[in-house]
Design a protein around this ligand. Sequence first.
Ligand SMILES: NC(=O)c1ccc[n+]([C@@H]2O[C@H](COP(=O)([O-])OP(=O)(O)OC[C@H]3O[C@@H](n4cnc5c(N)ncnc54)[C@H](OP(=O)(O)O)[C@@H]3O)[C@@H](O)[C@H]2O)c1
Length: 259
Amino acid sequence: MDLNISGRTALVFGGSKGMGYAAARQLAREGVNVVIAARTEAVLQSAARALTDETGCAVRYVVADITKPTGRDAALSACPAPDILVNNADGYPPGDFRDWTDAVWHEALDMMMVGPIEMIRRVVDGMQERRFGRIINIVSRSVKAPHAELGLSNGARSGLVGFVAGLARQTVRHNVTINNVLPGAFDTDAQARHIAKLSALTGKPAVEVRREKEGHNPAGRFGRPEEIGALIAYLASDLTGYVTGQSWLMDGGEYPGTY
Ligand SMILES: NC(=O)c1ccc[n+]([C@@H]2O[C@H](COP(=O)([O-])OP(=O)(O)OC[C@H]3O[C@@H](n4cnc5c(N)ncnc54)[C@H](OP(=O)(O)O)[C@@H]3O)[C@@H](O)[C@H]2O)c1
């Protein structure tokens, strides 16, 4: 399948690791000019080098924190007119909502809702003028099937998905689509941190927590980042101008509903 996006430009937040890296890799393989953004320069540098070496496309990087206005400015200085934007950052660790103060909620909202919405605000008009835009938010299955211990994610990410549902219907006639991907458990550093926190909360060894989580999944395993990277590249393609405001679950069948 030819995604017909060779020569386009993509800004991929959280592109130095995990699912963001996998999305950047797939886009670079398609001939897209990719800029990856994250907070840690050394990791970004080696990720950009590995992607460039593998794909033959010169992948650039920018140190940029999506939660901060200065980070968003830096990202757009490095990539002023992206055709494709992947919004992605960290999640929040599990915990008890009684411990989450006002300040914690605001931090979580900046990470999982306000940062991505601000990036959309800054790029969407240019995309509409150029009559091509693809925005993909890496969210979480938690907006469809809440996890009791992930209340910050359940709440803040639902805010993003709710906002996007309205905007995506306004931009699509200009060939600008906005979609969300909802990962289940994927084998990344973030998943390892999540397991470590659950292990600390429950007293179970981390290997046991992992074995149980994999065992509960109908696929019997965690997702591989490249699997969701391919979905993101498809949603970023020229073929998806009629798909907008949707949330694409990829979880090995763990969500139990028929629809
Ligand atoms: N893995 C899973 O099972 C799973 C399941 C559901 C949802 N999710 C969510 O999906 C997202 C991606 O997860 P992942 O597993 O791919 O994580 P990951 O492997 O830890 O990678 C996260 C990436 O985001 C960057 N990042 C973190 N905070 C950032 C910020 N404030 N601004 C810019 N970049 C930032 C990280 O680099 P720096 O730290 O250097 O900035 C890194 O490049 C997270 O929101 C996670 O909660 C993950």
